[in-house]
Design a protein around this ligand. Sequence first.
Ligand code: GSH
Length: 197
Amino acid sequence: MFMAEKGILDIALVTVDLNQGEHRGQPHLAKNPMGRVPVLELDDGRHLSESRAICHYLEGLYPTPNLMGLGFEEQAFIEMADRHIEWNLLLHFASAIRHTHPGLAVLEKPQFPDFGASQQAKAIAAAGIFDKLLQRQPFMAGQRFTIADITAFCCLDFARGLLKFVPAEHGLHALQDWRTRVAARASAASPRAPLLP
Ligand SMILES: N[C@@H](CCC(=O)N[C@@H](CS)C(=O)NCC(=O)O)C(=O)O
């Protein structure tokens, strides 16, 4: 979605089959010893992993539209918003999904369903905090669309597809309205960022 927002079309996408465990063996481990995706392969042969680090690199190469802030002050506030989302919404929803969804059993061994349920409750509580934030401002980091909206949108899309989480059903109407606005962006419909059913 970050690449689609910037109109980056000259980076080839290579699929890594997680269900077959391709990321837990070679050659993937040589690219990222953590055994995770995504990984960006540079022209000089180096490999960059961690989504935010990859976004940082792409922001430098393709500076417009700016998604991570202009100048240290705006960058710091956008990073704060993004990390609030990563550590509260994404971590909890991801743990809930990984520990309760049968489709994730192949990746999360062992699954602890009770832990997953407790994480889902924390994720929904965090969603309430972001709903209050969006009652005061149009986007996650303030007045404009940024990487923080991408992180939150992808997280909610994951939760929508695999946990059937719909903010409005929890009374979170500002979050739902924000989600509707972000879903209408071309980047959300990009074949590079396919929406879950
Ligand atoms: N902090 C990493 C997380 C990467 C991550 O966990 N990716 C998942 C897919 S969304 C993965 O590779 N899972 C493989 C596994 O759990 O074995 C990032 O932001 O890139």
